[in-house]
Design a binder for this molecule. Structure first.
Ligand code: DON
Length: 306
């Protein structure tokens, strides 16, 4: 199988795709990104890297960061985390508030916004706000084996100025006692986490521990146990695309986490870590062409977990 040719072919096909979706417009800097960008990076278990299109271009990883924040929070408090966050798909939009009322302020899973805000709050139980972001940056840089990963202050500021739904979610959970810090402080961490800027290559590098049974292949050290890596992958498969998770499992069949910046991290356990980026989103807020590209990759490689 000529993986480099497969990845190059998919990028060429995506360049011509007529239906590219629409970039997120509720965070102003994301609305300004050129919808014609497309990047893809596939890193095999042995470290072989296949890049195509704009794979070296930095973009806002947004909700893909929820995978790294969850890993860090599980490392800090272990399975206690699950007292404050569930593990079920929500079947609702990523920013929905409705289930919180009947479910006592406990978000369905750590990948919807409410769940990720609780995860940020859990990090604040261990670290000061700046320290929490420093730890997150250190974690992602170490996982990728690269220092050139940063937080885009402009994007974080834009979310702080416009993130009223997130403020509602955080305040509502605080009223239920499931947020332990000032909602503005917790959201400061959450917004900066979402503003992590990475390229497809860096994102695929950072995801390798999930494809390699919890081990960072560069250092040979365990980032998480094999069991925890399996469980994070399970959550990505069932909850990583919000109310589009079933559709993503049906079409792609890999654990995946999307972000409204148009990025998706997908994991073929034991085989490869994959990142795609195309800023246009479908109606569920997941990258339109990113999903098509992953669907084609899996069709041509047979990498579905099913
Ligand atoms: O909180 C928000 O709305 C954004 N920072 C992240 C949302 C997101 O990426 C959802 N993904 N599809």
């Amino acid at each position: 199988m000529d993986l480099s040719a497969i990845v190059a072919d998919i990028a060429a096909e995506m360049a011509d795709a007529p239906d590219r979706g629409r970039p997120a417009d509720y965070i102003p800097p994301l609305a300004a990104v050129d919808p014609n960008r497309f990047g893809m990076a596939v890193i095999e278990a042995d470290g072989t890297c296949h890049l195509a299109g704009d794979a070296e271009e930095s973009f806002s990883i947004q909700s893909v960061s929820k995978v790294f924040a969850l890993t860090l929070a599980l490392g800090a408090v272990g399975d206690q985390l699950w007292k404050r966050v569930g593990r079920e798909p929500s079947g609702s939009a990523f920013n929905s508030i409705v289930q919180l009322e009947s479910e006592h302020g406990i978000p369905r899973n750590p990948f919807i916004n409410a769940g990720a805000i609780v995860v940020a709050d859990i990090l604040l139980g261990r670290y000061e706000p700046r320290e929490a972001l420093g730890e997150l940056l250190r974690f992602v840089r170490a996982a990728a084996g690269e220092d050139g990963i940063f937080i885009d202050e402009n994007v974080a500021k834009a979310e702080q100025d416009t993130g009223f739904r997130n403020l509602a979610l955080a305040s509502y959970m605080r009223a239920f006692g499931n947020l332990h810090h000032d909602p503005h402080v917790t959201l400061g961490v959450y917004f900066h986490q979402c503003a992590l800027a990475m390229s497809c290559r860096q994102l695929a590098l950072a995801g390798r521990y999930l494809a390699a049974g919890g081990v960072n292949p560069t250092t040979g050290r365990n980032v998480v146990s094999a069991q925890r890596a399996r469980r994070i992958n399970a959550l990505m498969l069932t909850c990583g695309h919000y109310d589009g998770s079933g559709e993503f499992a049906f079409r792609v069949g890999l654990p995946g986490k999307s972000g409204v910046g148009g990025g998706i991290l997908a994991i073929a356990p034991g085989i490869a870590s994959i990142a795609v980026w195309s800023p246009g989103l479908n109606e569920r807020g997941n990258s339109q062409l990113g999903t098509v590209a992953l669907e084609r990759l899996v069709q041509r490689t047979g990498w579905s977990v099913f």
